[in-house]
Structure formats: C-alpha cells, structure tokens
Design a protein around this ligand. Structure first.
Ligand code: ATP
Ligand code: MG
Length: 438
C-alpha cells in the first residue's frame, strides 16, 4: 500500500479531551474519528488492527470448539420480556420503535436471542454440547462514555454462549472458554489475568474477568504476581486438561474490587507476591445455569426421554476495547508499538528521497520482494521530509521500518529498524529481507 494513496489522517497534537494515552495515540495515528459521544468511525488504519484482533479472537474460539453465526443488532423487546430483562436493564439499553409501533432495542448482549435460536432447533441432548458465538456491534448507552474505544457506547464484542445437559458439562464448557481466553490474549502480546468477578446483571454464580494490568485501568484489582507471567496453556481442550488449567490459575489469589477479600489475599499470597494494581477488563465469562433457559423454556430430551432445562454460560471479549488495552500496554514517547500479531502492516518501507528515480526504484523493488514473501507493506512514497516520515512510522507503530536513501544505496545498504527496541542495522537489502522474514 502506497502511503500517498492510503488514507492516514495523522495529527500532530491529540485533542485535549483525550485523557489517556491509548485514546490520544489512536486519534493521532488516524485510526478513529469520533462521530458522537462513545461512537467512532474506524478509519483504515484502525480498521486493519480491529480486523486482526477480531480474527485472532475468532480463530481461538473455533480452536476451542465454538461455532460462529451472526445475530442482528436489533432485537424485539418481547424477547427480553420473556427473561424479565426488558424492564430490569435500565437506561443503558437503547430502545427503538419502528413504523408499526413495534418495540425494538439495539442489543447490548444476546443471551435472550441465542436462547430463542437454540429452542427453535435443538430438541435432544444428543446435539450437546454446543457453543455458538458471534462478533457483532453492541450498543450500551453508558453514563460516561470515555477513554475512546475503551468505554464506547457502540462497540464490537465477541460473545459466545454454551449449552449443556447439566452443570458438570457446563463447567467443562466454561473451562474451555477460560483456556481459549488465555490463548487469545497471549497471541496478542497481552498479559491478561483471570480474576474472580461479580456476575452483575447477567446473573449466575461463577464468573471470571480477564484483566490487563495498566495504570489507566478502570478497575482496582488484587492478585498474586505469579499469575501475570504464566504462559498460554495451548490447545489441549480435553475436559481433564482444561480443568487442570482452571485449577492451576484459580489456586492463586486474583480478584476484582467487588470480590476482594483482604484477609484471604494475605493468607494465600506471600507478601512479596501481593500485587494491587489497576486493570482493564478485556473479557468476561459467566456460568449461569438455567437463568435464561428456564423462563424461556429451552429444554432438550435427555437419555431417559424426560425434558430437562439446559445449562448455559456466556463469554464476552471486548474486541474494540482491546485496541486501547494493547496500546496502553505497548507504547513509548514516539507512539504505538504494535505486537507483530495485530500490527496494521508488517513493515513500512521509507523512501528518503521520493523524487530520486534510483531510490524509488530500489524502494519499489524492496516492496515487491516483501509482498511476494507475503508481507503486508506500507510504502511511504510521499515527499514529506525524512524527520516527518520517521515520526509517522514511529507513531503508527508498524513493527519494522526499512529505510532506503541515496547514501545507503551508493554503499549498497538499507537501514532496518525494529520499532519495539529502536535497534537499527545497516545491511544489504537481501539481508534485511532475510531478517524481516525470519
Ligand atoms: P464494564 O464492567 O467494563 O462496564 P461489563 O462487565 O458491563 O463491562 P460485559 O457485559 O462483561 O461488560 O461485556 C463483555 C466485554 O465487552 C467486557 O469484558 C469488555 O471488554 C467489553 N465491553 C463492555 N462494555 C464496553 C464498552 N462500553 N466499550 C467497550 N467495550 C466494552
Ligand atoms: Mg464484565
């Protein structure tokens, strides 16, 4: 992609109402534009990262056995009356009336709708376990939308819903999502810690939030330091393996403010391991049994022929919030530092003298070679001065910068810089490409 043909409206200064660094950097890097409080347009660079994150979430859901569908954003109020949540939800729900005076709402979540889909088709225990997910825009009329995509009103969520014959089976489904979440966040370069959480308006009795530690986080959290460094568990999703991961992680203390018990924290955690910090909730999983299946009469015939209510769980990931969380965890004074897996481009090729034919030809050759190797390349072919180009490349956080100018060209070298470390080497193009594709 040629920068001169791309749409990258960067800003020198962040607007003064952007309070936290991720919001400032997303605006400065031309990733999002606010259209109303908590409602954003996703500009090309922001959309590229959003899609990368969405795809990692999708792949890890599927790896854990969940099946993708897509439910609409608008839902009938009557469906929510069946569970009793239409009245219970309050002003966060955006209520809409259509031309026939029919009451609709813009979905803040989908427990009712998925239960309705389930009960329409699934009649036997033989169809279980089942876990269905979608990645869809939600609307919650938050009292205080702020921090950019972190607390939006319209935001992209992955929500999965599991259906099982009994509590024991539902706990296996829960543990599978627990493991899938650890894998998902690790792939994005994040250290997310599962913490016992309050179940809130979703209801139920077992719940964990996945929290990324960051000073600007909205939640106060308490945990054993050892949890922060634990590696991703990998892809064994057998009932035994996921139970072992769940047991290992939950043996150590970790709780959000609402669930925090200082006496327990002290009893379970050595003083040097006690971490109290702020965190960003990037995922939240719930087991809530028959809370929705009972009032909505979602039943299956069991092996004995008797109908039984299904046991359900729901599992959310804040896909759009993750951009903010990743930037909070990975930036420096120059801008964003994208982890490779979610970066909008793999490499930016910087042409130091765009009006020089030999330099431009060398750049185009480098771009062509990299693209042939499957790299997603941003080619800065603009006539901006070098300082401005380096600043933009640092700001937008592409993991590698490959700079080609007249001096290097006459010496037979290009400069390769790793954004995360600032480390630079001057090497022949072939060697630079080798390092980039290693
Ligand atoms: P919070 O406590 O932050 O308000 P929640 O507990 O209401 O979130 P859930 O219902 O658990 O949210 O939603 C699943 C995930 O969706 C959350 O873990 C979070 O990552 C994301 N999310 C929730 N609300 C927002 C929002 N207003 N803007 C962006 N992402 C959100
Ligand atoms: Mg939550």
């Amino acid at each position: 992609m040629r920068l001169s043909r791309f749409f990258l409206p960067t800003l020198k200064e962040a607007p003064s109402d952007a309070q936290i660094v991720s919001h400032q950097l997303m605006l400065r890097a031309g990733m999002i534009k606010q259209e109303a409080a908590g409602i954003y347009a996703w500009l090309p660079l922001g959309l590229k990262v959003l899609r990368k994150i969405e795809q990692i979430v999708r792949e890890e859901q599927m790896r854990a056995g969940a099946v993708e569908l897509l439910m609409p954003t608008l839902q009938l109020a009557d469906l929510w009356r069946e569970s009793g949540r239409y009245d219970a939800y309050g002003p966060e729900m955006l209520r809409i009336t259509d031309r026939h005076e029919r009451e609709l709402l813009y979905g803040p979540t989908n427990e009712e709708m998925i239960t309705d889909i389930f009960r329409a088709y699934v009649k036997s225990y033989k169809s279980l376990p089942l876990n269905l997910f979608h990645i869809q825009w939600k609307f919650r009329d938050e009292r205080r939308p702020r921090f950019g995509v972190m607390r939006g009103r319209e935001f992209l969520m992955k929500d999965a819903y599991s259906f099982d014959v009994d509590e024991a089976a539902a706990r296996v489904a829960y543990n599978r999502m627990f493991v899938a979440y650890l894998n998902t966040f690790a792939r994005m370069g994040l250290k997310a810690v599962p913490m016992r959480a309050d179940t809130g308006p979703i209801g139920g009795d077992l719940s964990h939030e996945f929290i990324v530690l960051a000073e600007t986080g909205e939640s106060e959290v308490f945990c054993d330091r050892k949890l922060v460094e634990m590696p991703a568990p990998g892809d064994d999703f057998s009932a035994e393996a996921v139970q072992a991961v769940f047991d290992e992680r939950t043996a150590l203390y970790a709780a959000t403010e609402e669930m925090h018990d200082p006496a327990q924290f002290e009893a379970k955690t050595a003083e040097g391991d006690r971490l109290s910090a702020r965190g960003i909730e990037v995922g939240h999983i719930f087991y809530f049994g028959t809370k929705y299946s009972a009032p909505m009469k979602a039943k299956v015939a069991g092996p004995d022929g008797q109908d039984a209510e299904v046991h359900m769980g729901s599992y959310g990931v804040g896909v759009s919030r993750l951009l903010g969380a990743i930037i909070e965890a990975s930036h420096d004074a120059g801008g964003i530092i994208w982890p490779d897996a979610v970066a909008p481009f793999d490499v930016v090729v910087i042409n130091l003298r765009a009006n020089d034919e030999a330099v431009s030809a060398a750049c185009e050759d480098a771009v062509a070679q990299l693209e042939k190797l499957g790299k997603d390349v941003l080619y800065d072919d603009t006539d901006e001065r070098p300082g401005g180009k380096f600043a933009t490349a640092d700001l937008i956080g592409v993991p590698w910068q490959l700079t080609i100018g007249p001096k290097g060209l006459s010496d037979g070298v290009v400069e390769l810089k790793r954004r995360a470390t600032g480390e630079k080497v001057s090497v022949p193009l072939a060697e630079a490409i080798e390092r980039l594709t290693a």
